[in-house]
Write a protein that binds this ligand. Structure first.
Ligand SMILES: [Zn+2]
Ligand SMILES: [Zn+2]
Length: 311
């Protein structure tokens, strides 16, 4: 850990924000970030704030947090701090969106107190109950590299497919449902959706997988945890993955090392793309295209492109 020099914080809060305060907050955050050379991504909307911000000096991050708390008049905001060798984002951006996490239902905002949040310790006990359903609210490509044992994968390409997929589950509305995601924000909205569909007994893992691994590495959660920044994934000790990279063909996490049949470059691609072209793997869309043209096949045989970096 001593080699880590970048201080990183992640936080979100659902709270009603009017257009004027949003504009003022955007300007204020950009000023602070510029003065302290911060990096990161802050999403603002009428339903709140969702952000990951990093600094080379931890004192600068402390100042940034103070500004956020003061501007939002919130003094109980929970910041999830970590450190890394690199900034998770290249620059600092504030984006004003319809939702701070895209379910396609702006206005679906949880209110305090969170009596449906369970701590990692309680979660560990509850998921052992065979009468509960453990539901992963993340996308399929995230679940592929790591999940809680016996978790249900809804096969989502994007989070906004969640309402429809839950409907098609035809699950028992009285059964206890335990939901989790990376850091908790998706479940905040997912719980409201489940309630709207008539589910009576739903709860979420407080702070998501990242909070769980902090307390219980190598316990019940298997594999690595996908994250939406340059690290691709973090391992059980919350360190940047040493196995996964984003596949140059489809943008999903992969760990199959190949040598490109066109340009001989060493690259890491995903298992699905490797399976489609095992004998002639390529390092990029460009090489795949030239390989397809030269070999006379009509089209490079690659899976459908997914929209990347959407929760
Ligand atoms: Zn791929
Ligand atoms: Zn190549």
């Amino acid at each position: 850990m001593c080699a880590d020099t970048i201080a990183i914080t992640t936080f979100y809060r659902f709270l009603p924000l009017a257009p004027e305060p949003i504009a003022a907050l955007k300007t204020r955050l950009e000023q602070v970030a510029e003065g302290a050379n911060l990096r990161g991504l802050c999403l603002l909307s009428a339903e709140g704030i969702n952000a990951t911000v990093s600094a080379s000096r931890s004192a600068d991050l402390v100042c940034f947090k103070a500004v956020v708390q003061e501007a939002l008049e919130l003094h109980d905001l929970q910041f999830k701090d970590s450190s890394g060798k690199k900034h998770p984002f290249r620059e600092f951006k504030v984006k004003v969106k319809n939702e701070i996490v895209t379910l396609g239902k702006p206005g679906f905002c949880p209110t305090l107190p969170h009596n449906d949040h369970i701590t990692p310790k309680q979660w560990q006990a509850d998921i052992r109950d065979p009468d509960t359903v453990v539901l992963d609210t993340r996308n399929a490509y995230e679940i592929k590299i790591g999940k809680f044992r016996r978790a249900v994968d809804l096969g989502l390409k994007e989070f906004n497919e969640f309402p429809q997929r839950v409907k098609s589950l035809n699950a028992n509305k009285d059964q206890r449902i335990l939901m989790y995601c990376t850091g908790g924000i998706r479940c905040e909205k997912a719980i409201l959706e489940m309630r709207a569909q008539g589910f009576k007994n739903v709860a979420q893992l407080e702070g998501g997988i990242l909070n769980y691994l902090k307390e219980f590495p190598e316990h019940d959660y298997q594999g690595e945890c996908f994250v939406f920044d340059y690290r691709v994934a973090v391992d059980q000790n919350l360190q940047a993955t040493s196995s996964y990279r984003l596949c140059p063909h489809c943008g999903q996490p992969g760990k199959t090392a190949i040598t490109c049949c066109k340009c001989a470059r060493q690259e890491v691609i995903c298992e699905a793309c490797f399976d489609q072209n095992q004998t002639h793997p390529t390092c990029s869309k460009n090489c795949a295209h030239h390989r397809a043209v030269n070999s006379g096949s009509r089209k490079p045989h690659l899976p459908e492109l997914s929209k990347r970096h959407r929760r």
